[in-house]
Design a protein around this ligand. Structure first.
Ligand SMILES: Cc1cc2nc3c(=O)[nH]c(=O)nc-3n(C[C@H](O)[C@H](O)[C@H](O)COP(=O)(O)O)c2cc1C
Length: 334
């Protein structure tokens, strides 16, 4: 049964069909979310890696900068801890600078509590279906529920779980795959959008590799209600993107999919660390914690060889200009 509401009111009310894709782990800031909202799009805060308190501070900071539409994206880490046999050889191979692998659920309950007491128009989930109880509580607080999916089957499950809109993440997308199962083969955005559009009446938000007004127009024409854009905002001054990451995004170096940094499949700009660890195990967030000190030191020293340079396939089209200008430049021509 599809218990979802028939339409997304937030999408209906946007003055431009542009969503800032959630960008946890640095690039996401209140300033970036507010700038996109002030330009008539939907601003997003990535809640990933934050404590509940830090999330509340960012929501309050964003609200001080915009009265426009904003959303918060939450990771759903549904599985259990991996057994050490899965990751111990890999962690040993990382050498003495590696951190302790450990499992946690990224403070899921604390984040839902914050979002119930400090509601935002949209709460989106990635990596798995959100628990029914969280969906009920957030909906009662007035939020729409969006779920990221990467296959027609995940779209069907998300509709059954009561999503108000589906975020369709194509293979082109930067950052972690939102797939419910880490072994899922990524599908390119246009095939995914065409297939899911055929099977559901839910509003669809297309994401992955979109960086020009022509690409926004293409996904709208293929059935999307809006385009969610990540990498094309990462050079904006409002973004928290690190200097080494900015340089890589501006370069023509191609991207690849990897588990080397976090134990979960993700797309980033190819670098030495990825090439040296082609067979990293699927074990999230254990590997994320094991590589965290290595990545932090590399960010500090500006060593792009050891940083997770998350970016979508069209990253060389990103422009270093204010986010409001980027939104305006993405609006499809009449
Ligand atoms: C640096 C970075 C961080 C990301 N963090 C998140 C996140 O926290 N939650 C999420 O659902 N998706 C995340 N993504 C994926 C984006 O939301 C989106 O799917 C992707 O950026 C779309 O492709 P594009 O980068 O080519 O526009 C991230 C992507 C990048 C590049």
């Amino acid at each position: 049964v599809n218990v979802a509401s028939p339409a997304s009111h937030v999408l209906d009310e946007l003055t431009v069909p542009i969503v800032l894709a959630p960008l946890a782990g640095g690039p996401s800031t209140p300033e970036l979310a507010a700038a996109v909202a002030n330009a008539g799009g939907l601003g997003f805060l990535g809640a990933g890696y934050l404590s509940g308190d830090a999330l509340r501070e960012r929501i309050v900071a964003t609200r001080a900068l915009t009265a426009g539409a904003i959303g918060v994206n939450v990771f759903v880490i549904s599985g259990e801890a991996s057994s050490p046999e899965v990751y111990s050889d890999y962690v040993d191979a990382l050498g003495p600078d590696a951190g302790e692998p450990r499992f946690d659920d990224d403070a899921f309950d604390a984040k839902v509590d914050v979002l119930v007491s400090t509601p935002v128009p949209v709460v989106s989930f990635t990596f798995a279906l959100p628990p029914a109880r969280a969906v009920e509580r957030l909906r009662a607080a007035g939020s729409e529920i969006w779920i990221t999916v990467t296959t027609p089957e995940e779209a069907r499950l998300a509709a059954e779980a009561g999503a108000d809109a589906l975020v369709l993440q194509g293979a082109e997308a930067g950052g972690h795959r939102g797939a419910f199962d880490d072994d899922t083969v990524p599908i390119a955005l246009l095939p995914l959008l065409q297939m899911v559009h055929r099977q559901t009446t839910l509003p669809l938000v297309a994401t992955g590799g979109i960086a020009t007004p022509g690409a926004v127009a293409a996904v709208l024409d293929a059935g999307a209600s809006a385009a969610a854009i990540g990498t094309a905002f990462m050079l904006a001054p409002e973004a928290g993107t690190s200097p080494a990451h900015r340089d890589a995004i501006a370069s023509p170096t191609p991207t690849a999919l990897t588990r080397a940094f976090t134990g979960k499949l993700a797309r980033g700009i190819r670098n030495r660390f990825m090439d040296e660890h082609p067979d990293a195990p699927s074990s999230y967030p254990e590997i994320h914690y094991a590589t965290a000190p290595i990545r932090a030191a590399a960010r500090e020293s500006g060593n792009a060889d050891l940083i997770n340079l998350w970016a979508g396939e069209a990253h060389q089209l990103a422009e270093a200009r204010p986010a409001e200008e980027i939104v305006r430049a993405l609006i499809p021509r009449e």
